[in-house]
Structure formats: C-alpha cells, structure tokens
Design a protein around this ligand. Structure first.
Ligand code: ZN
Length: 133
C-alpha cells in the first residue's frame, strides 16, 4: 500500500452534492463518470494530492443506494493505492481479510479495484486500487 488514493463519500443526489463540493474546494470536479456495472455515478474532486470521490447509486439495488437508504449519506470507504493489486489481494487474504470480489474489477477513474469486508477492518470499508496500465 502506497498511500490513501481517495476517500469515497456516499450521497443521495450527486448534482446537489457536487454543488456543495465545488463550493468547498473552490473548483469543479475533475472527472464525472458512471460505472454501469456497479450502478453508480461518481464525481472526483482534488485538493492538492488528495481526492474525494462522491458516489450516487443509480439503481435501488446498487450497493451505494442500499448504503444510503440504510445509513444515510456520509463517508463510505477509504481507498488505498497499490502497485500490484493481485499481490496485495493474496497477501491480505492470507492475513485473514475477506475480499468482497475475488477478481479485480473496473472502477472509476481508470482503476482496477477490490473491496475488503468492513467487519475485518473495524468497520471501515477498504478499497484497493491500482492504476490501469
Ligand atoms: Zn472509491
């Protein structure tokens, strides 16, 4: 793990949340992207080297929509940048972490991603992400 890549914030209404974060950062999102397979629309903001990902569920059965209806809006996950996602997956699996997907999948912002079960990390949903070549 090299660094925190971004923090993910689950929101109810991406348009409304983007207005708030434009005001907060004083600049527009640098990327707005839908990931159809995950049922999410995302927007990325940057402050120096730090990034915030806003996520809105696009279907009722998407993980983000379920999260928001159960727990409300808020901090959803912490994403770590990794050099070799497969190597990290096998290292963490051996260390007892459960992976929520057994293969890396396409995430937003040109990344391969995998999530770890939040119960194994004291309630924090962790995303590993590797920049796609
Ligand atoms: Zn993320």
């Amino acid at each position: 793990m090299r660094k925190i890549e971004h923090l993910g914030v689950a929101v109810k209404d991406l348009e409304a949340a983007m207005k708030t974060y434009v005001a907060l950062f004083g600049q527009a999102a640098y990327k707005v992207e839908s990931v159809e397979s995950e049922g999410v629309k995302t927007a990325f903001f940057a402050a120096g080297p730090n990034k915030i990902e806003l996520l809105e569920g696009t279907r009722e059965d998407s993980p983000i929509a379920k999260y928001v209806s159960k727990r409300g809006e808020g901090l959803h996950h912490v994403a770590f940048d990794v050099e070799d996602i497969e190597a990290e997956m096998s290292r963490l699996e051996k260390a007892g972490f459960r992976l929520l997907n057994d293969k890396p999948k396409d995430g937003a912002d040109n990344k391969l991603v995998v999530f770890l079960h939040p119960k194994d990390s004291h309630g924090v949903l962790i995303e590993l992400c590797q920049e796609k070549p």
